[in-house]
Design a protein around this ligand. Structure first.
Ligand code: UDX
Ligand code: ADP
Length: 459
């Protein structure tokens, strides 16, 4: 097979794995290899139990694995054999030094760039698929061209817009695909090659080509604006709880304005996920770096409201459970940052659980997919918690149930049975507004939704 038909993806995580599975299935004439330094992860990708849960992923992988999709730890071989290299290694927020807490930590990306220089024997197209801060492509360009072999690397920005839980669908039918490159002859040629991959299944008018900076910034801004909508409605949920307004009704009325639209207006305990907070903080850092403090403060507000919402949720629990949860069993339903994923990165459940453990509550946690991650997230947390694989056992003898993820299965649970097995008075704090609150109240629960009046049996 010709090298230009060989694609390598470095980083077999939430982005790399699903993206490459879709590319391999849509482009049978390409050989797609996904490489990672994590041996355990690669082993899992080659097994029946994939390292991540994503609807439709398992079948997709089974259909192409061993045919034109391969998972390996041999990064050097992958680099030598491939003409196109996607990089989707992690870019967490820096926890140390200049820009700590805001800037992106590019150490994994830089290591990857250095590996490409070390093992490449000819020129290549390098595609950034991780969310990188603005100007990262330029830095990568410089690192890649510090090679002394006379090789040319064309860096393309191709940001990821897929959301977890619907990654395969989003990738198969994207709203748009963004390909950013240098406006040089080589840059245009490289962009054309990446565009031709996506053209296998994405209509031409949905593939946008821009310069690198627009492409990188578009990703940050798209995520910042989505998160901003959630923080906007969450801020209003606090006001609704003080008045007689219902945030669901407000969101519906507001969202029916076609200029605003109905999506991403679900009030909740807060947004989580690996992207929103990280990307906003990145944007904030950039604005500060370019001496735009007002713009930085504006976007930082989105994260502050999210923190406020999580804190408010915990305060509400403690206050309404007679100012103390010490020694009380509390059942946590849902630990993933959203439904249909096992991912818990930045999940509001982490913060809520840790705060309640500090208040000396005894937590019992159930999630259909995220318990392994929950265990890692709470390792070292002070206090008592257990992970339970059955929601009814989880709620037994509990004083309260918290809904922290919008899993569909929670709506189908037998809450009468749950109520009967709980301590009384029994409380439900629905951090996702997914349950039938009136029905629960009738059963006997004291119900605390987000953004509407509580339904309490106490006068
Ligand atoms: C996001 C972007 O949507 C995606 O385009 C990008 O590529 C990666 O980041 P993701 O983090 O996977 O995707 O999930 P998303 O569906 O955006 O949800 C993020 C968080 O917001 C979740 O915690 C979700 O529960 C919460 N959310 C979402 C709300 O609280 N209310 C809403 O109305 C929508
Ligand atoms: P994302 O959500 O961006 O995909 P993940 O953390 O799920 O992030 O995946 C990133 C992957 O990149 C991890 O599996 C990690 O082991 C891998 N990785 C990090 N650094 C390197 C590297 N230098 N070479 C190869 N893989 C790497």
């Amino acid at each position: 097979m010709k090298k230009e038909k060989n694609i390598l993806c470095i980083g077999a995580g939430y982005v790399g794995g699903p993206t490459m599975a879709v590319i391999a299935s849509k482009c049978p004439e390409y050989k797609v290899t996904v490489a990672d330094i994590d041996e355990k992860k690669i082993k899992a990708w080659n097994s029946d139990r994939l390292p991540i849960y994503e609807p439709g992923l398992s079948d997709l992988v089974k259909g192409v694995r061993g045919k034109n999709l391969f998972f390996t730890t041999d990064i050097a071989k992958g680099i030598r054999e491939s003409g196109i290299i996607f990089v989707s290694v992690n870019t967490p927020t820096k926890t140390f030094g200049e820009g700590a807490g805001k800037a992106a930590d590019l150490q994994y990306w830089e290591k990857t760039a250095r590996a490409i220089i070390e093992y490449a024997e000819d020129s290549k197209i390098v595609v950034e698929k991780s969310t990188l801060p603005l100007r990262a492509a330029e830095a990568m360009h410089r690192i890649l061209h510090s090679n002394t072999k006379g090789l040319h690397f064309e860096v393309i920005s191709n940001p990821e817009f897929m959301a977890e839980g619907s990654a395969i669908e989003d990738m198969q039918e994207p709203d748009r695909v963004l390909v950013g490159g240098m406006r040089t002859a080589n840059g245009k040629k490289a962009m054309d090659r990446i565009v031709s991959i996506y053209s296998h299944w994405v209509p031409k008018e949905r593939i946008i080509t821009t310069n690198v900076w627009s492409s990188e910034l578009s990703k940050l801004v798209a995520n910042a604006m989505l998160a901003q909508r959630i923080s906007s409605i969450n801020s209003i949920s606090a006001l609704c709880e003080k008045t007689d307004a219902n945030v669901g009704e407000v969101a519906k009325a507001v969202g029916m304005d076609s200029r605003i639209g109905p999506k991403f207006l679900r009030a909740s305990v807060g947004f989580g996920g690996s992207c929103f907070k990280k990307d906003i903080l990145n944007l904030v850092y950039l604005c500060e770096y370019y001496n735009l403090p007002e713009v930085a403060a504006y976007w930082e507000g989105v994260v502050k409201i999210n923190d406020f919402q999580e804190k408010r949720f915990v305060k509400n629990i403690v206050r309404n459970m007679f100012d103390s949860v010490a020694g009380k069993k509390i059942a946590v339903f849902g630990f993933a940052f959203k439904a249909d994923t096992g991912d818990t990165r930045e999940s509001p459940a982490i913060y809520v659980s840790k705060m309640l453990l500090e208040e000396k509550a005894e937590l019992s946690i159930y999630d259909p997919e995220a318990l392994d991650n929950a265990e890692k997230d709470l390792a070292g947390a002070k206090g008592r918690f257990e992970l339970v694989r059955d929601p009814y056992k989880c709620a037994k003898d509990a004083h309260a149930v918290l809904i922290l993820t919008e899993w569909n299965e929670f709506k189908k649970l037998d809450f009468r049975k749950i109520y009967e097995s709980m301590e009384k008075p029994a409380f439900i704090f629905d951090g996702r507004n997914i349950l039938d609150h009136k029905g629960l109240y009738k059963i006997g629960f004291n119900v605390f939704p987000i953004g509407s009046s509580k339904m309490s049996h106490f006068k």
